[in-house]
Design a protein around this ligand. Structure first.
Ligand code: SF4
Length: 307
């Protein structure tokens, strides 16, 4: 864990309170002669030290000073302590957000999309690596072009899957994915492809006017989790900004398996994409919250737990 240190401490402002030392998860800082100094060789650049310092004596060079400055809204930058935010409002937002499959033609501005990326990047990431990448399609024509490429991939996949001999042989060598795909998805994908070509019906992105793809550069300890945490931030924030969103799993699958999909997006071949979010202004005026299925919950009594 840890990367080169970019922490800077202003000795004139430091009072030696030690708070930064106590919160540092990487032992980057210590107190010497009553002042905080950088003594560790590594840092995860989490910013805990800068966040807790009462005299603003610390700056972490890796942190973009513009990362919490948004174009489309103003934000109070004071820290909200645990318990300070209205839980009922937060949960209402979470429960109100629905996957959108019916958008207007109104485009989403690049400013809103850029702000959503900044909001996504406020999510936690494994060892604070923040190695996620955000690829933005800001026009319906671009979303459609990606949809066309994804359709080509699924046409190929459906051709393979409809071949009983190929299904049999792949299962025989211990790879049942093609047969499973045939039974679970082939008919609906075939129908969607027909509608895409014959009626221009977009069952993939549902006519979303924009899309954000979230991937990861090398060096992340939990790349998929990081991308999905950033995605959830974007989904909730988008709802608060008046947008509808939908995670597109079939697009993630195509991007993982078809190099041509990445090529048209100019994505590096070794950069996995873990989430694809379709966005736009929703047509659907929902009337109420509906809740969720009852989840399976366990409180296991561990034999080796000391009580
Ligand atoms: Fe100095 Fe700030 Fe660290 Fe306190 S938290 S020791 S004032 S740098």
């Amino acid at each position: 864990m840890g990367r080169p240190v970019s922490t800077l401490i202003d000795a004139d402002l430091c009072t030696g309170c030690g708070l930064c030392v106590a919160v540092c998860p990487a032992d980057t800082i210590e107190l010497k002669d009553g002042k905080a100094v950088v003594s560790g060789a590594h840092s995860i650049a989490c910013g805990h030290c800068a966040a807790i310092c009462p005299t603003k004596a610390i700056r972490v060079g890796e942190i973009d000073p513009q990362s919490l400055h948004f174009t489309t809204f103003a934000m109070d930058e004071s820290w909200l302590a645990p318990g300070e935010f209205a839980i009922a409002e937060l949960v209402r937002l979470m429960a109100s957000r629905r996957s959108c499959r019916n958008y207007t033609n109104e485009p989403v501005s690049k400013e809103i999309l850029a702000d959503l990326v900044k909001i996504g990047a406020t999510a936690p990431s494994g060892t604070n690596s923040q190695r996620w990448t955000f690829t933005i399609l800001s026009q319906r024509a671009e979303v459609k072009a990606l949809g066309n490429q994804i359709a080509l991939y699924f046409e190929k996949l459906n051709r393979w899957a409809s071949n009983p001999l190929l299904r049999f042989l792949t299962r025989l060598i211990g790879k049942p994915a093609l047969a499973d795909y045939y039974h679970r998805h082939y008919p609906s994908v075939q129908k969607s492809l027909r509608e895409w070509h014959e009626q221009g019906r977009d069952r993939l992105f549902h006519d979303a006017t924009a899309a954000i793809l979230i991937g990861s550069r090398s060096g992340a300890s939990c790349p998929a989790e990081d991308a999905l945490l950033a995605s959830q931030n974007i989904l909730l924030a988008a709802h608060a900004m008046g947008l509808g969103t939908c995670l597109i799993g079939f697009a993630v699958e195509a991007l993982a398996r078809d190099s041509q999909c990445k090529k048209i997006l100019q994505l590096p071949t070794d950069e996995p994409v873990y989430a694809v979010i379709g966005l736009g202004y929703p047509r659907e005026p929902y009337q109420r919250l509906t809740g969720r299925k009852k989840p399976l919950v366990r409180f296991p009594a561990l034999d080796n737990a000391e009580r």
